[in-house]
Design a protein around this ligand. Structure first.
Ligand SMILES: Cc1ncc(COP(=O)(O)O)c(C=O)c1O
Length: 432
C-alpha cells in the first residue's frame, strides 16, 4: 500500500516515473541515525494544512528553506550541547555570524568588537554593517578596562568577542565580558569556533548568542561547511527569521555529517587537546622557537582565565620562530614547506593537523606595520592539532624546525628585510 493508492493511477510514463521515484516510505521504526531528508518540499494532506504549516501556525514541514527535519535535529542537538534554549543552523559559519548580527542590529546601532577577530568577521562588520550605518569600534577584549571604556563611550547594542582567537590564541574572559555588556545594555555575542561546546559554553557563562563554524570542530573532518547560533528562544526566533529571508540554509547532507561529527566530538577534542598540550610543551624546549601560545602553558598571557574557562584544554596553539623580520618570515615559510604530515591549508578543527603561517595567509592583507601592531611576528605559525600520533608529529615538526633554522640563517646573512610583508596589497580577503 502506498499513500497514492487512493488516487487515480497516473497514465503517462513521465508522470508515473516522477511519482514512483519520489514516493517516500513511511517508516514506523525509529532509525538510529538521523535520516538525510533530501527534499526541498514536503506535502500536506490538504491545502489548509499546507497553509498552516507554511505560516508557522501548525507543526510540520513545507519548504526546506523554512525548515528541514535533518537541520532541525542538528539545531536541537546544538542547543542542548551549548546549554541554550534554542539554536539555528546555517550554510556556513559566516552565514551564522551574519544572521546573528543582522537579527539584532539596525542602522545607527553601535558594535564594540574585539581587535583579535577572524578576518572575514572584521570585513563583515566594517565593510558590510559599517556601510549600512552601524558604527564599529575595536578594542582589546583582554583589557577589561578598555572594554568598559568603549562601552561607556556611547550606547552599544552588541559586544562581540571570540572565545579563543587568531593568531596568538587570545583568551576572552566571557563571564567578565557578559557582566560588562549587560551593565551597559549591550548583548554579548561570542564566536566559540576555536573552542567548541566541549571546551567552552559561552551561554552558560552569560553570553546572549554563541556562534560556531560547524565547518571546524563539530563537523571535524574537513568535509562540510556549516554554522550555528544558539541562545534564548526569543533571540533565536529573530535569527531564524534572517535565515528564512536570506536563504543561508544548511543542506541536509551537511547537517547529517555534523550530527555524525557531534557524536565523537568529546573524544576527538580530548585527543586534540592532549596532543596539543604535549606538542606545545615540546615546542617550548626547541632551539629557534621564541615563544609558544597554548592556553595550558603557564606562559600564556591569559593563563588564569584559561584555567577557569577551559578545564579540558584546547587543540589550538601558535608559536613564533626566531629570525627577525626577514629570517622569521623565511623560517615560517620553510617550516610549512618542510612538513610532511600536516596539511598546507588554512582551516582548523579537523582530524588533520593544519599549520598556517598567518603573515602569508590569514593576515596577508596586513602590511609589516599592521602585522607588528596586531602582535604577529613574521615567523608566527598557527597550528590546529589533529588526531595523528604525537610521536609522528614531533618527528615531523623537528625536521621542519631544522629547515626553518637553515632558512632563517640564509635570509639573515643575505641582509634582507620583511620585503614580502612590505609588498602586501592593502585589503586582500582573509582566509580562515
Ligand atoms: C573563528 C572563526 N569564525 C568563523 C569562521 C567562518 O566559518 P566558515 O568558514 O564556516 O564560514 C572561521 C573560519 O575559519 C573562523 O576561524
Amino acid at each position: 500500500m502506498t499513500d497514492d493508492a487512493n488516487r487515480a493511477a497516473p497514465r503517462g510514463f513521465s508522470t508515473r516515473a516522477i511519482r514512483a521515484a519520489t514516493r517516500a516510505p513511511r517508516v514506523d521504526q525509529r532509525p538510529n541515525a538521523v535520516p538525510i531528508y533530501q527534499s526541498a518540499t514536503f506535502s500536506a494532506d490538504d491545502a489548509e494544512e499546507l497553509g498552516a504549516i507554511a505560516s508557522g501556525t501548525a507543526a510540520g514541514y513545507a519548504y526546506a528553506r523554512l525548515a528541514n527535519p535533518t537541520g532541525d535535529a542538528l539545531a536541537a542537538a546544538i542547543a542542548e550541547l551549548e546549554g541554550a534554549e534554542a539554536a539555528n543552523v546555517f550554510a556556513s559559519g559566516m552565514a551564522a555570524i551574519h544572521a546573528a548580527l543582522l537579527s539584532v542590529l539596525r542602522a545607527g546601532d553601535r558594535v564594540v568588537a574585539t581587535k583579535a577577530i577572524y578576518g572575514s568577521t572584521r570585513t563583515l562588520l566594517s565593510n558590510r554593517f559599517g556601510t549600512l550605518g552601524v558604527e564599529i569600534a575595536y578594542v582589546d577584549a583582554t583589557d577589561l578596562t578598555a572594554v568598559e571604556a568603549a562601552l561607556a563611550a556611547a550606547p552599544t547594542r552588541v559586544l562581540y568577542a571570540e572565545t579563543l582567537s587568531n593568531p596568538t590564541i587570545v583568551v576572552a574572559d566571557i563571564a567578565a565580558l557578559a557582566g560588562l555588556a549587560h551593565r551597559h545594555g549591550a548583548l554579548l555575542v561570542v564566536d566559540n569556533t576555536f573552542a567548541s561546546p566541549v571546551i567552552c559554553r559561552p551561554i552558560e557563562l552569560g553570553a546572549d548568542l554563541a556562534i560556531e563554524s560547524l565547518t571546524k570542530y563539530l563537523g571535524g573532518h574537513s568535509d562540510l561547511l556549516g554554522g550555528s547560533v544558539a541562545g534564548s528562544r526569543e533571540l533565536i526566533a529573530a535569527v531564524k527569521a534572517v535565515e528564512v529571508d536570506t536563504g543561508a540554509t544548511l543542506a541536509p547532507f551537511a547537517a547529517f555529517l555534523v550530527l555524525r561529527g557531534i557524536a565523537t566530538l568529546a573524544i576527538r577534542m580530548a585527543r586534540h587537546a592532549e596532543t596539543a598540550r604535549a606538542l606545545a610543551g615540546w615546542l617550548e624546549r626547541q632551539p629557534g622557537v621564541v615563544r609558544v601560545y597554548h592556553p595550558d602553558l603557564p606562559s600564556h598571557p591569559q593563563r588564569a582565565v584559561a584555567a577557569r574557562q577551559f578545564p579540558h584544554g584546547s587543540g589550538m596553539l601558535a608559536f613564533e620562530l626566531e629570525g627577525g623580520p626577514a629570517g622569521g618570515r623565511a623560517a615560517g615559510g620553510a617550516f610549512i614547506d618542510a612538513l610532511t604530515i600536516p596539511e598546507r591549508t588554512a582551516s582548523l578543527g579537523s582530524i588533520h593537523t593544519i599549520v598556517a603561517h598567518p603573515p602569508s595567509t590569514t593576515h596577508r592583507q596586513l602590511d609589516a606595520a599592521a602585522l607588528a601592531e596586531a602582535g604577529i611576528a613574521p615567523g608566527l605559525l598557527r597550528c590546529s592539532v589533529g588526531l595523528e600520533d604525537l610521536d609522528d608529529l614531533i618527528e615531523d615538526f623537528g625536521q621542519a624546525l631544522e629547515a626553518a633554522r637553515t632558512a632563517a640563517a640564509a635570509a639573515n646573512s643575505a641582509g634582507g628585510t620583511d620585503a614580502a610583508a612590505e609588498a602586501q596589497p592593502a585589503a586582500a580577503a582573509s582566509a580562515t
